[in-house]
Design a protein around this ligand. Structure first.
Ligand SMILES: [Zn+2]
Length: 222
């Protein structure tokens, strides 16, 4: 499977990307009312208000939970959608605490998410992101027939379990450069509670520095 880590370093363009994780455990927390939602609607509203193009990587389970949201995001020309596996397990043996997809199941897992997206999104988006950014040669080999291209974590945005917007803003603004792909999260809830509050300052500062914000497709095309 091909993989891209960043765009051209000689053009002042940056791609903001947002992953929508949903694991079996997160779904339980939703079902038991411990979390109200794993859709950070305030974040999408900010992106729309500031007209920020973005690439969103959705897990299959998230699309099952939020099919109408997925259709709505797919229909918005600001956004392009990619996949983030079915249920956010790891594609290497030790990927944080994400668990592991057995090698024999890797291709079916990724195809399951792509099939779900194809039912909800008429665009032929083929970007994919590994949970936790974990992959190795075996995973790339197994997933070669899937037809997706992996998008790496050039600048991790540090919004997971953040305690305030400040460290997110600092992490992004001090690490981006021309061609960067920034990884933030769309699921909000208890897992990424401050992404929406961090985004206005990030966007304003990057634009003041002369960067154009683009989708991954725009970043990778000349
Ligand atoms: Zn993720």
């Amino acid at each position: 499977m091909p993989i891209v880590q960043h765009g051209p370093r000689d053009k002042k363009r940056i791609a903001l990307t947002f992953d929508a994780d949903l694991t079996a455990l997160m779904r339980q927390r939703l079902q038991h009312g411990k979390v109200k939602s794993y859709y950070n609607e305030a974040l999408i509203n900010e992106l729309r208000a500031m007209k920020v193009p973005a690439t969103l990587f959705l897990t299959g389970m998230w699309m099952e939970q939020y099919p109408d949201r997925t259709r709505e995001l797919a229909a918005d020309p600001l956004f392009e959608l990619g996949t983030h596996t079915y249920d956010h397990r790891g594609f290497t043996k030790h990927c944080y605490t994400l668990g592991t997809v057995p090698v024999a199941d890797m291709l079916a897992d990724v195809r399951r998410a792509v099939d779900l997206l194809d039912k909800l999104d008429p665009h032929p988006t083929r970007w994919f992101r590994f949970p936790g950014g974990c992959y190795d040669g075996t995973a790339l080999h197994e997933l070669a027939p899937s037809g997706v291209t992996a998008v790496g974590l050039d600048v991790p945005g540090a919004d997971g379990f953040a305690k305030s917007p400040k460290p997110i803003i600092k992490q992004v603004l001090s690490n981006v450069r021309a061609g960067s792909i920034v990884v933030l999260h769309l699921h909000g809830g208890d897992n990424a509670p401050f992404t929406d509050e961090a985004i206005p300052e990030i966007v304003r500062t990057l634009r003041a520095r002369g960067y154009t914000l683009v989708t991954v497709t725009q970043l990778m095309s000349d």
